[in-house]
Design a protein around this ligand. Structure first.
Ligand code: G6P
Length: 609
């Protein structure tokens, strides 16, 4: 999704700007651009190709500047095109006065556009962003900070902005509401970015702006006004920026690399977990766990499915009721708040707009207990929560989440054990046995990865199909749902997941020999029920692809193909069963030749609604 970088320095800033964009590339974008102040003019360069092409374009044009802003765009208003790429400038003349980049969505852009057109402004793009550039130009009266402060009062919606003015060199004004923006500081230099990660290698001294803040950065320093125009201090923190390796190594795609990194990611996530203690989730967690009697888990996409598995574990082991809700639904629903609820947000990035808004909404409703399970320590959700568990998956670049999901599951299992201890529903021996089983996970995942050749054979059969059905029950229903999501998002095969017991209530009507049916069938108490659901599929000529346990009684037969997973601890099987489904989706996408790491229309970090 959209990314912002801005820099004011005594040295040429183009390297910092382009490197920052490169660090944000993995989030997904369709165009990019920079604007710099050079010799009294604003010069821009935009491209619908990759950041590397923009860098070549800039090299050829000889841009060199001490102040500049840069952007990666993920289209919302207006198609991906050079005209719609940021920065946008105003007025639309050979010598524009304002250049600006924007993340977010302006909801009242139509009425503002009409007003500005009536005032004589010509629009070159279909974006909501161009409206802001013209609005700032119209309000400009010699002071960029004043103009931006007045302009944002007229905006409805979400924005993070970085603005340059032709008449004020060495100055960038930023503003945020609903979209993240940080200030980076280094000796004699000041930066803006939508994510501290864009500044990795440049500075680790970061100030996080609050909603409604307007910031002025320059060579002499920086200052902030809040929404009411009051001067405010924002603390500068030294943050650990999750940069990680962005090299592919021997792999063809980041998704493949990340699938194979799972044993290490799980080992890293469990490192330092010496016993089950509340402090795993933050200082004072025991007090919180003592004061709650329900959980509400919120997330989007893959993180939501992790929450569904978490509910099962927590209710089973700790006997605490759990509700799991899609964040974008919860934030707009007239729910009934309960101060004794622990609100758990799950997010790889910690920046997903709906999950962050749901967290703030839950708190505003009077629910003070919040915990985030997140892969990015410096993210907004971690900062906004009282408790946190940081998964150690390392940077995840593939849009389709893989290692972040399995490490989220590990964190949720630890949460279930910790709550079970706090409630006294598991004794010390049982806790130690579960923890020991977790330590075996990396090995079990290695075993699941070794099944790749069999999954390639399945994928070749799937790649020729337009639809697929995934079935699961109980603890494995969310895994079937995650498997269907993976297949659809990267191979573009339409896939749906159902609780197997629902088969007769609709999806069975779709079953023919052209509809592969994947069944997640571990040896558990629901196996007999699942078997009869599978018979229903076979009786209609459906072709079954069964994932099951090493000791299972299933055998391959006509129309039934079986893959057995390595031995593992029963309750942790959702983590192990996830891996073959990732490999199936990955290899089906390979056969279909899709853009696996950047599937069409999708973004890694969804920072707009
Ligand atoms: C996007 C990504 C998914 C991810 C979801 C939630 O849709 O493509 O992979 O599961 O956002 O992201 P989060 O960072 O909050 O886990």
């Amino acid at each position: 999704m959209c990314g912002i970088v801005g820099a004011v320095s005594g040295r040429n800033v183009l390297g910092v700007l382009l490197q920052g964009l490169q660090r944000l590339e993995y989030r997904g974008y369709d165009s990019c651009g920079v604007a710099v102040w050079q010799d009294g003019t604003l010069r821009t360069s935009r491209s619908t190709a990759r950041v590397a092409d923009l860098a070549r374009q800039i090299d050829a044009s000889g841009l060199h500047a001490l102040t500049g802003i840069a952007h990666t765009r993920w289209a919302t208003h207006g198609a991906p095109s050079t005209a719609n790429a940021h920065p946008h400038v105003s007025p639309d003349t050979a010598r524009p006065r304002i250049a600006l980049v924007h993340n977010g969505i302006i909801e009242n852009h139509d009425s503002l556009r009409a007003e500005l057109q009536a005032a004589g402004y010509r629009f070159d793009s279909q974006t909501d962003t161009e409206v802001i550039a013209h609005l700032i130009d119209r309000l400009y009266d010699g002071d960029l900070f004043d103009a931006v402060e007045q302009a944002v009062r007229r905006l409805r919606g979400a924005y993070a902005l970085a603005v340059l003015c032709r008449d004020e060199p060495h100055r960038i004004v930023g503003a945020r509401s609903g979209s993240p923006l940080v200030v980076g500081l280094s000796d004699g230099e000041c930066f803006l970015a939508s994510d501290a990660m864009a500044l990795a290698g440049v500075t680790d001294r970061i100030a996080y702006l609050r909603d409604g803040d307007i910031v002025d950065i320059g060579l002499a320093g920086w200052h902030v006004h809040d929404r009411d125009g009051q001067r405010r201090e924002r603390p500068v923190q030294t943050v650990k920026i999750l940069a990680g390796s962005t090299d592919l190594g021997p792999y063809r795609h980041f998704m493949q690399k990340e699938i194979f990194e799972q044993p290490q990611a799980l080992a890293d996530t469990l490192e330092g977990v010496e016993g089950i203690v509340p402090e795993l989730f933050g200082d004072g967690a025991w007090r919180t766990f003592d004061q709650i009697d329900r959980l509400l888990i919120l997330g989007c996409g893959t993180s939501y499915y992790a929450g569904l598995v978490g509910k099962y574990w927590i209710e089973l082991l700790a006997r605490i009721p759990v509700t799991v809700e899609i964040a974008s639904e919860y934030r707009y629903r007239p729910s009934i708040p309960d101060p004794r609820t622990l609100v758990v947000t799950i997010s790889q990035s910690g920046e997903t707009a709906d999950t962050l808004a749901a967290l703030l909404h839950a708190r505003n409703l009077g629910q003070p207990h919040t915990l985030t399970i997140c892969n990015v320590e410096s993210s907004a959700m971690v900062r906004e929560s009282t408790l946190a568990y940081i998964t150690r998956a390392g940077i995840e670049i593939g849009v389709a989440s893989t290692k972040a999901f399995t490490t989220q599951l590990a964190a949720l299992f630890l949460l279930a054990l910790t709550l079970a201890q706090a409630r006294g529903t598991l004794d010390d021996d049982a806790l130690a046995a579960h923890l020991q089983a977790m330590r075996h996970l990396p090995r079990a995942i290695q075993g699941a990865l070794a099944l790749e050749p069999q999954l390639i054979a399945w994928a070749e059969q799937f790649a020729a199909r337009d639809h697929a059905l995934f079935l699961g029950r109980g603890l494995h229903l969310p895994i079937a749902q995650e498997g269907a999501l993976k297949l659809k998002e990267i191979s573009y095969i339409h896939a749906e997941a159902y609780p197997a017991g629902e088969l007769k209530h609709g999806p069975l009507a779709l079953v023919t020999d052209a509809m592969p049916v994947v069944t997640v069938a571990p040896t558990d108490e629901l196996l007999a029920k699942l078997e009869s659901n599978m018979q229903e599929v076979r009786a209609r000529g459906g072709r079954l692809f069964v994932l099951t346990d090493a000791d299972s009684r299933f055998d391959s037969a006509d129309g039934v193909q079986v893959i057995r997973l390595p031995e593992h601890h029963g309750l942790l099987s959702p983590i192990v069963f996830t891996v073959p489904l990732q490999l199936l989706a990955y290899h089906a996408a390979i056969v279909r030749g899709t853009d696996i790491d950047k599937p069409r229309n999708l973004a890694k970090s969804v920072t707009v609604e």
